[in-house]
Design a protein around this ligand. Structure first.
Ligand SMILES: [Zn+2]
Length: 110
């Protein structure tokens, strides 16, 4: 195990609205390494894995310190801005590319 490994647990949560999910980290570290993604089990393969891809982009943002949780528990960009929720713009703009990359690899090994 390398010190720079990032751990992501993916938990199925039936209480989450279908197609939704969220990523979280339990640590207060500036560059967290441990994450949990909660995801709804209800939905098509594509919906589920698009959501997973979306949340993985949030993991990347947390890990790099781009997205932070403020003292009042709200999400903010690293510079303190909450305007425009840029983290969602990035996640939505990249989720399909990440999903397609995953599906391409998945088809090769199955
Ligand atoms: Zn999001």
């Amino acid at each position: 195990m390398e010190n720079n490994d990032i751990f992501v647990d993916v938990l199925i949560d039936r209480d989450i609205y279908p197609g939704d999910g969220y990523a979280s980290t339990e640590t207060d570290d500036e560059y967290p390494m441990d994450f949990t993604i909660y995801i709804s089990p209800i939905g098509s393969f594509k919906d589920t894995f698009l959501t997973l891809a979306h949340e993985m982009i949030h993991v990347k943002q947390y890990h790099r310190g781009e997205l932070v949780t403020t003292e009042d528990g709200e999400l903010a960009w690293f510079n303190g801005s909450r305007e425009d929720r840029w983290w969602e713009d990035e996640a939505y703009s990249k989720e399909t590319k990440l999903y397609n990359s995953f599906v391409g690899r998945y088809k090769k090994i199955n």
